[in-house]
Ligand binder design. Structure first.
Ligand SMILES: CC(C)C[C@H](NC(=O)C[C@H](O)[C@H](CC1CCCCC1)NC(=O)CC[C@H](O)[C@H](Cc1ccccc1)NC(=O)OC(C)(C)C)C(=O)O
Length: 329
């Protein structure tokens, strides 16, 4: 068995990717953000304060004949961007791309931080990280993919995120036609809950890859490519107008710049992110100053290959073999 779901950029900056998920009986369809950087499936619901819930699609367990309260269970999460949410837990049928998990923990939000209130394009997250990262207590719950893995044709899923166009999350199979290059595999470290891996080197503007390895995570829930300062500086030294902008908290440059590409080695393959994918967006509507897709990871303590990097590749999250596959798109 397999599943295949389309995913779409949330806005002109590809800030997030939105995928429709069916929950309950009859199906309640919510727009959710698939996040390989966390491990909880949580949703705005009938239990979310009305003032916080306006503009969001809500899950109502009371309207689902298959919903069951997981009594005594609660959850609470704070994300890297300091946003947070918390609540209680139900189990219900959750269908993604035509594949159903009958008894999935659906975490219902009784509290959401301002950022989630304002981000009305999504009504929650589907965590696709390792189960060790789940935040339900007293008993952590499994992710949708972990529950699905044994019934899928293969215990893996792929992410095909695209710039300003529809991409896909496929479960249980690899559609190699989505990629131009060969899939290179490298071990994945799930011990922290993330999909951790090591890139074998990098280069700017198509130069030969150096041998400076980079350990980081493949994170569909992070917009940017976040790498160490020495790499960020090596890249922006090639961009005449690049400068750090305190108010934007990142490197900005003239939108008219012809940006160099950025490449990294992984699993014996080279993934090249084109210059135009490294120009994320004007700092505000109509501005001629643009915000870089590559920024520093210095104050995070972990390198993150977020959507800016993932857009250049077809990425295979292979739980069965504990490995990540990358192929140039
Ligand atoms: C709870 C833990 C077990 C796991 C937890 N994991 C993470 O924090 C990483 C995870 O991928 C989280 C998942 C995101 C949380 C916020 C909502 C969207 C998903 N990523 C994050 O926390 C990183 C935040 C994202 O990069 C935001 C996402 C965003 C975009 C538009 C509007 C709002 C929010 N982008 C964002 O800020 O884009 C700019 C810089 C261009 C504005 C952790 O490490 O603490």
């Amino acid at each position: 068995q397999t599943g295949s779901a389309n995913t779409n950029p949330s806005d002109s900056a590809d800030d997030e990717y939105i995928t429709s998920v069916s929950i309950g009986t009859p199906a309640q369809v919510l727009p959710l953000d698939f996040d390989t950087g966390s491990s909880d499936l949580w949703v705005f619901s009938s239990e979310t304060p009305k003032s916080s819930a306006s503009g969001h699609t809500l899950y109502s367990p009371s309207k689902s004949s298959t919903a069951k309260k997981l009594s005594g269970s609660t959850w609470s999460i704070e994300y890297g961007d300091k946003s947070s949410s918390s609540g209680d837990v139900y189990t219900d049928v959750v269908t993604i791309g035509g594949f159903s998990v009958k008894t999935q923990a659906v975490e219902s939000a009784t509290k959401v931080s301002t950022q989630f209130v304002q981000d009305t394009v999504i009504s929650g997250l589907v965590g696709l990280g390792f189960d060790v990262g789940n935040q339900v207590s007293p008993r952590p719950q499994k992710t949708w993919f972990s529950n699905a893995a044994n019934s899928l044709a293969e215990p893996l899923f792929t992410a095909d995120l695209r710039h300003q166009e529809t991409g896909s999350y496929n479960f249980g199979f690899i559609d190699t036609s989505l990629a131009k290059g060969t899939i290179g595999y490298t071990p994945a470290d799930g011990s922290e809950g993330y999909w951790g891996f090591t890139a074998t080197g990098y280069s700017v503007g198509g130069a030969k890859l150096n041998r400076n390895s980079i350990t980081g995570i493949a994170d569909t829930g992070t917009t940017l490519l976040l790498l160490p300062d020495n790499i960020v500086d090596a890249y922006y030294n090639n961009v005449e107008s690049a400068q750090y902008d305190d108010s934007q908290e990142g490197v900005v440059f003239d939108c008219s710049e012809d940006l160099p590409s950025f490449s990294f080695g992984v699993g014996g393959q080279t993934i090249t992110i084109s210059g135009d994918l490294l120009n994320l967006t004007p700092i505000e509507e109509g501005s001629s100053t643009c915000f870089g897709g590559l920024q520093s990871s210095a104050d995070i303590g972990i390198n993150i290959f977020g959507d800016v990097a993932l857009k250049a590749a077809l990425v295979v999250f292979d739980l069965g073999n504990e490995r990540l596959g990358w192929a140039q798109k």
